[in-house]
Design a protein around this ligand. Structure first.
Ligand code: C2O
Length: 337
């Protein structure tokens, strides 16, 4: 398990020190916060939000999501809920821009044990902002169910060029079959069953690789003062990065990735895999006794227009955050290899 270095500290975001290291993207937040509010889990007053497979949304669900995203895109450029500002939040944490509190060292959220945690918090606020924009407290992000054969291509809601959910710079990869890691085929009827099988094997191998070891699953410890990328977990490399590459265009460039709305469906699926792992008896307790993990904190604008500091300990349980994933088959879980 993880060791506890003497006098170690959790990483935390500095609200007053963000360097625009990518001048062409200007990822740092536009607004300087007057005040930062500590995040508090609220007792659930509304029903749990249920995140469903993107390819299985009904027309009404798809239209809601489309409308909420269109409203987000239409906000003034410097509004913290604006679509590009939201995408920049991801960029600021992966371009070396955000600094660690009190240290002149970048705060990087990939390649360490904060990969799952940061992205869960990010989607949490993003989902609630979208819900707020359409006045719907049950609005839930869809997930890209690429771990099941039924979801192994770009879901239809992301393919319509006139939709707020499309990305005009994404290649027209159309119905191309996904590659979760070394499974590229020529997309012929003959190659599809092999690609499908290969993808399921990648899923099985990567998920089971992290089954019994927290550091293989989450990635390596990352504490205040540490350099970026101590090492990522199995799922972060593939399928996570493979899907970014496959989707091409913005999605394949980490600092631009969240400018493609499909990013959020991709990461909802990553988050769902974490939730599945957490639900396996015994797994939950494996990492959560390290306070440098639990007390790490990030900054996000919330759905009440407040800048909020959220700690990892608050994102461990999706139900406490007010959402769950629809249960769908896991054809890779017990695969015979
Ligand atoms: Cu923050 Cu899929 O990357």
């Amino acid at each position: 398990q993880f060791g506890f270095p003497a006098r170690s500290k959790p990483v935390s975001t500095d609200p007053n020190n963000c360097l625009n290291l990518m001048p062409e993207l200007k990822c740092c937040p536009d607004r300087n916060p007057k005040k930062i509010v500590d995040f508090k889990l609220q007792p659930q007053s509304s029903p749990l939000r249920v995140r469903r497979p993107a390819h299985a949304l009904d027309t009404e669900e798809a239209q809601k999501y489309e409308r909420a995203t269109a409203l987000m895109r239409a906000l003034p450029d410097n509004h913290p809920w604006n679509f590009v500002q939201q995408a920049n939040t991801h960029c600021a944490y992966c371009s070396g821009s955000h600094r660690q509190l009190g240290l002149n060292i970048s705060f990087e959220i990939h390649g360490s044990w904060h990969f799952f945690t940061w992205h869960r918090a990010y989607l949490y606020f993003y989902e609630r902002i979208l819900g707020k924009l359409i006045n719907d407290t049950t609005f839930a992000l869809p997930f890209w169910n690429w771990d099941d054969p039924s979801g192994m291509s770009i879901p239809p809601i992301y393919r319509d060029n006139s939709s707020s959910l499309s990305n005009p710079t994404r290649y027209l990869i159309g119905l191309k079959f996904i590659d979760l890691g070394g499974c590229e085929g020529n997309n012929t009827v003959e190659s599809l069953p092999m690609q499908r099988q290969c993808n399921l094997q990648v899923m099985h191998r990567q998920f089971i690789a992290g089954f019994n070891s927290s550091s293989l699953f989450y990635g390596s410890p990352y504490r205040a003062g540490d350099n970026s990328f101590p090492g990522g977990g199995a799922i972060e490399s593939s399928p996570h990065s493979s899907v970014h590459r496959f989707t091409s265009s913005d999605m394949s460039i980490v600092t631009r990735a969240a400018r493609d709305p499909i990013f959020f469906a991709h990461h909802a699926n990553i988050d769902r895999l974490w939730a599945i792992w957490e639900s396996i008896p015994g797994n939950g307790s494996k990492v959560f006794n390290d306070k440098d993990f639990l007390e790490a904190s990030f900054l996000f604008w919330d759905e009440n227009m407040q800048l909020v500091r959220i700690m990892v300990r608050d994102v461990i349980d999706t139900r406490k955050l007010g959402y769950v994933y629809e249960q769908v088959p896991l054809p890779w879980m017990n695969l015979k290899t």
